[in-house]
Ligand binder design. Structure first.
Ligand code: UDP
Length: 238
């Protein structure tokens, strides 16, 4: 029995609220149970140096946890004058995930800034961030279309993510912190709406993983991502 009474393959309640704050054209509050992340998307009419003159755009992300998002206060990175290496790893993952479903030529020479701020962390903050950031990106792109800045939608597929793992020998979907902190195997899976894999982050924390266990975890994550994509589609109808 899981701490919160879920079945092994059951997600926490996933919810997506669009237009959560008013200034960014994409602003989404995403919840995976007690994990809550604000994801915003803000276009900017310039690109990094390496893309200047190429007529190609860029999507980049920043990720941060608020001091009160964790059980003991997490000091802001600025207090140590450097970005936490975990945040750096996560924000690069978010950027890569969104770029992989966007035609950057079609986006044109502009950047979409994605900001993911964790309001409350109960594990799975990176997968919640990717899931919410995709909706924020779509809202920002649709705003550019509405304003006549873009003619076509450069987003080619949907993207969502989930964590799966092995805890006490049991394969579990969408680990909460209590499970994540004692997992033998922990995997973050990013997939497109078409079911293709964008990225797998797999760690055999306390034991190596057998190939057939990986296949089973992938199957579990695919089913979970299908459910998450349904929630994303419902959010677009609101
Ligand atoms: N966590 C924390 N403080 C930190 C880093 C992580 O309390 O500085 C907790 C938090 O609940 C987070 C969980 O550990 O969601 C799992 O962290 P991990 O690095 O695996 O990333 P996540 O699962 O959030 O993507």
């Amino acid at each position: 029995m899981r701490v919160d009474g879920r079945k092994n393959d059951e997600l926490r309640q996933v919810s997506i609220t669009r237009n959560f704050t008013k200034y960014a054209p994409g602003s989404v509050l995403v919840k995976f149970g007690d994990t809550k992340v604000l994801c915003t998307a803000f276009p900017e009419e310039k690109v990094p140096q390496f893309l200047r003159g190429t007529q190609e755009g860029w999507i980049t992300a920043e990720y941060s946890m608020l001091p009160s998002s964790t059980q003991t206060r997490k000091p802001r990175d600025i207090s140590r004058l450097k970005l936490d290496s975990r945040s750096a790893e996560i924000q690069r993952l978010i950027g890569r995930s969104l770029r992989s479903v966007t035609d950057l030529k079609m986006l044109g020479e502009r950047t979409v800034w994605i900001d993911c701020d964790v309001l409350q962390a109960d594990a799975g903050t990176r997968v919640a961030s990717i899931t919410g950031a995709y909706i924020a990106l779509c809202d920002a792109v649709n705003d550019l279309i509405k304003k006549g800045i873009l003619k076509e939608n450069p987003v080619t597929d949907s993207v969502a993510a989930v964590s799966v793992g092995i805890v006490d020998g049991e394969m579990l979907t969408d680990l909460c912190y209590e499970e994540d902190s004692r997992a033998q195997v922990d995997m973050n899976v990013v997939m497109t709406g078409s079911g293709d894999i964008i990225e797998l982050q797999l760690t055999g924390e306390k034991q190596p993983l057998k190939r057939k266990e990986l296949d089973a975890l992938l199957e579990m994550s695919k089913n979970a991502i299908t459910e998450i994509i349904k929630v994303q589609l419902e959010a677009f109808r609101d």
